[in-house]
Design a protein around this ligand. Structure first.
Ligand SMILES: Nc1ncnc2c1ncn2[C@@H]1O[C@H](COP(=O)(O)OP(=O)(O)O)[C@@H](O)[C@H]1O
Ligand SMILES: O=C(CO)[C@@H](O)[C@H](O)COP(=O)(O)O
Length: 465
């Protein structure tokens, strides 16, 4: 009997590392592992390696190829000897908010950035973190000889090769997805004239190299690009991913360039583009609210589902860790509309779910303004498991919501990329579809009212039109 080769995919995301091992021809998952990351916004990359080692322990026997999906944008700096110069600054570290503003102005404004690299940088982007480092830690910046992203660093540990892919490179702020080329001039401007080596950008199915034990390693990519690859997005599909970040994205054939900066014009992992809007506050809004209300996530669901849509008039702007969409890195959250009559645990729970999703609905509007057609929402990420989220999402988005079977979509996409590199075919392997849950679009009037109220309060508090 011949057995199909096995491939592995890794999701090194903000809160944890997940590993899946799949049948390379069908995508059927045969083994999984997981290990937690610390709750910080700067981290020694060794933590990711230790988590990968723990999550993959005993899983890789018989695996022929592996791919790494990683949290986007994180700034990993190496010295001449290959040691990290400082802990990596992650996508959700907002200290470079002013650096982002400065860089946007220095290059000539948001239009120039959108044309140059497809995106207007905010604090999440690697380029702004490099500027922050150049200004605040110039002696450390002088020691930097190579700059990598989190997935690049893990691929480098696995293969010894300094490589990346187009998808993750597109989140640096010094790579043009339209031209498929680095903008070293922008990097130098941001990093005080320094010109460290950058990873070579591999093609979508190109291999990075092999591990010491001979496993083929694919190019890897950013976590959102890997999820898109797992889901095989087509026209009309928009993903809403509720992990640490909330992301809204689709795929398209032409390079996006949104001068408002709301939609980032990323590249995907297949040769196309991945316009994406991202909030800093998603699943953790629910965990923080559950803790504040003295319950767990199941309890939060029960409370939120017991409240009426609209939470009795309560509106939460959930900017608990600052915010990226809208671009308010130093903002705090706020709760509006409190009255003695509506100040119940149920309404507070519902306001958390509605507030988190309303921010993403505004991001969806921006995606549509940029030409992305939305016929249905694919809801993924840890918080897609929440019953309250599943009840509220069809109302807030006003579209049918498809909830794929619970799965680690980022790790699956990375595994699919590994299977693609192994097969060397023109297209990624066609893996079997799962059986998603379909939630019909919810009450559009209630949804519009929620979205409108969210925008009005946002304007009132933060003066954002
Ligand atoms: N049933 C649930 N309800 C709400 N949130 C959940 C549920 N299950 C998991 N989560 C949340 O999902 C998050 C992890 O999601 P994940 O997509 O793995 O995040 P990341 O990729 O950013 O590390 C955690 O904050 C966790 O609390
Ligand atoms: O910064 C972005 C997208 O631009 C985030 O989506 C990060 O890629 C982190 O992802 P999660 O850990 O939330 O999945």
């Amino acid at each position: 009997m011949t057995t199909a080769p096995l491939v592995a995919g890794v999701d090194s995301s903000t809160q944890s590392t997940k590993v899946v091992v799949c049948d390379a021809s069908t995508g059927a998952v045969v083994r999984t592992g997981r290990a937690a990351h610390p709750d910080t916004t700067e981290v020694d990359p060794q933590v990711w390696w230790d988590a990968f080692t723990e999550a993959s322990a005993g899983l890789l026997d018989g695996v022929r190829a592996i791919g790494v999906g990683g949290q986007q944008h994180g700034m990993v700096t190496l010295d001449e000897a290959g040691n990290v110069v400082r802990p990596a600054l992650l996508w959700n570290d907002t200290r470079s908010g002013k650096a982002a503003d400065d860089l946007v102005a220095e290059l000539g404004g948001p239009h120039i950035w959108a044309d140059a690299v497809g995106s207007v940088p905010v604090a999440s982007f690697t380029v702004t973190k490099l500027r922050w480092m150049a200004e605040h830690e110039p002696e450390l910046a002088d020691r930097v000889t190579r700059i990598l992203l989190p997935h690049d660093w893990l691929t480098w540990k696995l293969t010894g090769e300094l490589v990346t892919d187009r998808g993750d490179a597109s989140g640096t702020g010094y790579f043009s997805p339209a031209k498929n080329a680095y903008r070293e001039d922008i990097l130098a401007t941001a990093f005080g004239g320094r010109a460290p080596e950058l990873p070579r950008v591999l093609g979508a199915r190109e291999a990075a190299g092999r591990t010491e034990s001979g496993i083929l390693v694919s190019a890897g990519t950013g976590d959102n690009m890997a999820a898109a690859l797992a889901l095989g997005l087509g026209e009309g599909d928009v993903v809403v991913s509720l992990g640490t970040s909330g992301t809204v994205f689709g795929v398209c054939e032409t390079a996006p360039a949104d001068p408002t900066g709301i939609v980032a014009g990323f590249a995907d992992a297949t040769g196309r583009f991945l316009p994406l809007a991202c909030t800093l506050n998603a699943a953790r809004v629910l965990t923080a609210t559950a803790t504040a209300l003295g319950t767990d996530l199941a309890g939060l669901d029960r409370l939120a589902l017991a409240a009426e849509p609209g939470a009795g008039g309560l509106t939460l702007l959930p900017y608990l860790d600052g915010e990226r969409t809208p671009n308010l890195p130093d903002a705090a959250g706020s709760l509006h509309g409190l009255r003695r009559a509506n100040m119940t645990l149920e309404n507070l729970a519902r306001a958390a779910v509605e507030g988190m999703l309303s921010g993403l609905a505004a991001a969806l509007d921006a995606l549509q303004d940029n030409g992305i057609i939305a016929r249905r929402i694919l809801l993924i990420g840890g918080a897609a498991q929440s019953g309250a989220v599943r009840a509220v999402a069809p109302i807030v988005f006003g579209l049918p919501v498809v909830v794929p079977e619970p799965a680690e979509h980022v790790a699956l996409g990375a595994a699919r990329q590994a299977a693609w590199a192994l097969a060397g075919t023109g297209e990624p392997p066609a893996w079997s579809e799962d059986k998603p849950q379909l939630l019909p679009a919810g009450d559009s009037t209630a949804g519009q009212e929620l979205r409108q109220r969210h925008l009005e309060i946002r304007e009132l508090v933060h003066h954002i039109q």
